[in-house]
Design a protein around this ligand. Sequence first.
Ligand code: PGA
Length: 242
Amino acid sequence: VRLVILDDYTAVSDAAAAIALEQLRRRPETVFGMPTGGTPVGLYQRLAASGADFSRAATVNLDEYLGIGPDHRESFYQFMLRHLWQHINLAPERRYIPDGLAPDPQVESARYERTIEAAGGIDLLYLGLGTNGHIAFNEPGTPWEWRTHVGNLTEETIRANAAGFGSPDRVPRQAITIGIANILEARQIVLLVSGKGKAQILREVCHGPLTPALPATALRSHPNVTVLADRAAAALLESAAG
Ligand code: PGA
């Protein structure tokens, strides 16, 4: 894992965007793995403002809530539309995301697996980090060999995501998520971590034992992972101690 410690969130977003734009320049048909959440918003703002040509690229979203559709304001579909898709020239048929209203979520998970495979796999996968160590909706305890599946959200994740829904009661309890096995198949991974609220979990992810209890520790077995962390998030890392 390559750890890059940057001053602040702005610098993390700048660095994340620079990696994406360089990748797109080298390979216009790049398949990007894309997260939602607060952390990637700065990255998406920069990609939206870049004027870069996404006409041959594709985006694969990591997950989507089960039980709400693409018209729901808090769906990840709408998040992507607002923050990225409506601002770039990415073809709608290459904006891949699970269907949260699929009648059979197992069938939809299998369909999404085939979609990722048909796209040629993920070239450059961005991830955020949950305060409980989750990546995508792989919550603590998820076996690392699992592929796209229905995941149950933990109470901590439900609370963390409640703001837009108005109350934790309205947050969906499940999501379709790519699995750790899918994440580890990406050719390159960039983990974005910002703010002091992530300092303790980032320390555990970097220095603790490799364990499914902390899903993000799986990233340490991948050959091409870059962690972009701001000083606040990196404050408890051993390498940042001096
Ligand atoms: P955040 O979410 O970017 O809003 O902190 C991270 C995550 O839960 O994956």
